[in-house]
Design a protein. Structure first.
Length: 427
């Protein structure tokens, strides 16, 4: 086990679990939207339905999972002290759910009032979350690449929030803002700054720990987040004039830095101490390969311009990279939290019985089936960008994929209850 874990700092299990168990439902909603609206969502990135779909994934699925993970990860992995995690989660979790719902409704109905309501609710819920977790990661005495990456990611989340609220206000009040370039800045901070840097920071810790690889080289783990945030900074400095060829050069540099993280992780995978390929590992691998494919695909617009290529890049980034890696991480993090909490609980009961190990929380075969469903869903989603008739089946498959994930995660949550209730007999 990793030497630097502060187990005693772990928050109550209900804190991260409410976020983790909610996340897949936003994926189910995204699938439903695609099933209902079909190919209209895969034609242009600016269609209202497409923006709704994007935010069901980024501000629903991803944000829920990542906020929950941070509340667990910051105290346990960095020793950071989160102020009253129970209260924070009780307040932030419903606010983020409502805010994401309002934003999606705003895109679909194009109602100014809904855009304003979404903006205020996000500003309140996410703003409060950012303040509390920032205090924790800035005050922790821990040092190292993971803490630095977390700090950068949280700062990037703040920029994403600020630009997102500005965009929503601009749309609500009909302000004369340069919306597409501002949305490009917002998207870069959201996906490149917040999501990818957080993912890298967490990987530095969990990949060697759970996948038994050597550590990421120090030059890489320290350099990659700074390189990425520098590219996102240069991208923002182009605002509002994103003219060619500068736009393509900066975009490609950002994707290349992102892909270097994929390549490095695959390189570490090749040097694993034990060649066990569990489902979580397969999800991780899929995400890293998607990052490499993303780099190849980002070259296409240099030779051939088509709005669908942008949509293809979006599908690959959201469902190939982020969705896969979060799915894989949840399959490791939740059994690990179960084990951690059970070990503590068994300790307080004074029993000699050992808690069940992580593999006993959910049969591997259940996760493996969902991985195959996810793989097929990703394939059909990517095809649907070019073959319109596949859009609705892709929506249905996405619902199945996320529904299965929701079911599996619930089973892991119930396994905790089950093993906890069995202790008194054992004692
Ligand atoms: C939390 C993480 C977030 C991420 C990763 C994110 C990501 C994105 C992305 C990738 C786009 C471009 C969509 C496309 O090209 O199809 C976008 C657009 C947009 N986002 Fe977000 N977003 C986030 C949060 C928010 C929040 C909190 C708000 C507002 C309250 C918001 C409001 C908007 C608006 C209004 C647009 C579209 C602007 C337009 O129509 O020109 N986003 N976002």
């Amino acid at each position: 086990m990793h030497p630097n874990l502060s187990f005693e700092q772990a928050p109550p299990i209900s804190v991260p679990y409410r976020f983790f168990l909610t996340a897949p439902w936003f994926g189910i909603a995204a699938g439903l939207l695609l099933l209902v609206q079909g190919d209209a969502l895969l034609v242009s990135r600016w269609a209202p339905g497409t923006l709704a779909l994007v935010h069901l994934v980024v501000a629903g699925f991803m944000l829920q999972a990542m906020c929950g993970a941070l509340l667990q990860f910051i105290p346990v992995a960095t020793g950071g002290n989160i102020w009253r995690p129970h209260w924070l989660a009780a307040l932030v979790h419903p606010l983020l759910m409502v805010a994401a719902g309002l934003l999606v409704a705003a895109f679909l109905a194009q109602r100014p009032g809904l855009f304003m309501a979404a903006g205020y609710t996000f500003a309140l819920g996410l703003g409060f979350f950012i303040v509390v977790v920032s205090l924790a990661v800035w005050r922790t005495p821990a040092q190292g690449a993971t803490v630095i990456a977390l700090r950068i990611a949280i700062a990037a989340l703040l920029v994403t929030l600020a630009t997102g609220v500005t965009l929503a206000t601009g749309l609500a009040k009909g302000l004369l803002l340069p919306l597409p370039p501002l949305a490009d800045v917002h998207a870069a901070w959201g996906l490149g700054g917040w999501a990818l840097i957080l993912l890298a920071g967490v990987s530095y810790f969990v990949v060697p720990m759970f996948q038994l690889t050597p550590a990421y080289p120090a030059w890489f783990s320290r350099g990659m987040p700074w390189a990425l945030v520098a590219v996102v900074g240069i991208w923002s400095a182009l605002f509002p004039d994103f003219s060619e060829p500068l736009r393509s050069i900066v975009l490609l540099s950002g994707v290349a830095v992102a892909a270097s993280y994929g390549a490095m992780t695959l390189h570490l995978h090749a040097r694993r101490r034990r060649k066990v390929s569990d489902t979580s590992f397969l999800f991780f691998r899929l995400a890293m390969l998607s990052l490499l494919l993303l780099l190849l695909s980002a070259l296409i617009p240099l030779f051939w311009e088509d709005e669908r290529i942008t949509v293809w890049l979006g599908v690959l980034a959201l469902f190939g990279v982020f969705f896969s890696v979060i799915n894989g991480m949840l399959y490791k993090i939740m059994p690990f939290i179960n084990w951690l909490q059970l070990q503590r609980y068994y300790g307080t009961r004074g029993t000699q019985v050992l808690p069940p190990n992580m593999n006993q929380m959910l049969p591997e075969s259940r996760m493996r089936i969902q991985f195959h469903v996810h793989l097929a869903t990703l394939g059909v989603l990517l095809l649907a960008v070019w073959v319109p008739v596949l859009a609705r089946p892709a929506g249905l498959m996405l619902m199945l994929d996320c529904g299965w994930l929701a079911f599996n995660l619930l089973q892991i949550g119930l396994a905790y209850r089950h093993f906890k209730d069995r202790v008194p007999e054992a004692a």
